[in-house]
Unconditional design. Sequence first.
Length: 182
Amino acid sequence: MIEAECGIIAMFIVLAVHMVYSIIRKKSIRRSLLISVFIIYISMVILITFFPIVYSHDVYTQFGTLESAVQLTPFKTIHYMIKYTSRDMAFAQVGGNIIMTIPFGIFLPLLLKRKKLPLLILYAAAFPVCIELLQLLLGYLLGTYYRMTDIDDVILNFTGIILGYAIYFGSSLIYRKVKKKG
C-alpha cells in the first residue's frame, strides 16, 4: 500500500513550488495565499478519496470486478446507507461527501477571473466526476478495485459545491451591503 504520507509530502512539494513561482513572478501575496490554501484543500481531498492506494490483490480488494466497483443507479447507495447502516455511518458517508466539497464551491468563484454561472456549474459537475473516474482508472491500472465509483458520490459532491457557492454568494452580498453602509 502507498500510504497518505506520500501524498502529504507531494502536497508540500507542490506548495513550495507554487510559493517559489509566486515570489519569482512577483505575484500578489493575497492571491498566492488563496492559491496556497486551495492547494492544501485539494491535497486533503486527494488524501481522502485516493489514499491509501492499494496496489496488491493480496493486501485488500473490496470489489473484485469492474462491474462490482461501479454503481450508476442514482440514490441507491444513499438509500442503503440511510436504511441499513447506523445513523453515524450514514451521516459520515452522506454528510461527509457534501461537507468535503463545500470549500470547492467557495474557492471556485474566488479563483476564477470570469464568474459566469454556466462555467461555475460546469466545474461543479466536472470536479466530482473527475474524482470518481480517477478512482476507477486507478483501480483498473492497479488491477484491484478498492474503491467504488458511485453516482451518488457525484450527486453529493455536486450538492456540496453548490452549497459552497451559495455560501460564497450570500457572504459576498452581505459584505457588499456592509461595505456600502460603512
